[in-house]
Design a protein around this ligand. Structure first.
Ligand SMILES: [Zn+2]
Ligand SMILES: [Zn+2]
Length: 129
């Protein structure tokens, strides 16, 4: 699996998110992460929604670029999910395998328990799809 942003091979990594062990694929270069929606759901269930801190999000231009799902071998363009709460937050979701790409800063925000409001947006999006 290669990074959808910079094509660097992704490496598996284990994260503690709200006390839940989550397996993710990490890009060493841009430090983006590819996660399973199921894992995000688990995290959502155990962590309270807090204030969002998006200081380290990539710029608008970077976020607007279409990414191709690393799991679906570059064939599947990922959907953009914009948070209702903060329009600067754009996450990439694969409608095929339901993987989620989190850019640098986005996973960091989860670890501070702030991104969960945005994850709720992702999950709503999946339910409607
Ligand atoms: Zn990368
Ligand atoms: Zn996919």
């Amino acid at each position: 699996m290669n990074c959808p942003r910079c094509l660097t091979p992704l490496k598996p990594i284990r994260h503690e998110l709200g006390g839940v062990a989550v397996e993710a694929m990490r890009c060493r270069k841009c430090t983006g992460h590819f996660l399973e929606t199921a894992d995000l759901r688990q995290v959502e269930q155990v962590v309270d929604v807090r204030l969002i801190d998006w200081r380290h999000l990539p710029g608008e231009e970077t976020q607007a670029r279409i990414l191709f799902c690393p799991r679906c071998e570059g064939q599947k363009a990922m959907d953009k999910v914009v948070s209702d709460r903060d329009k600067r937050v754009v996450m990439d979701l694969c409608g095929s395998c339901q993987g989620v790409w989190l850019d640098y800063g986005e996973l960091e925000a989860i670890q501070r328990k702030g991104i969960l409001a945005a994850l709720a947006d992702i999950l709503d999006f999946i339910r409607k799809a």
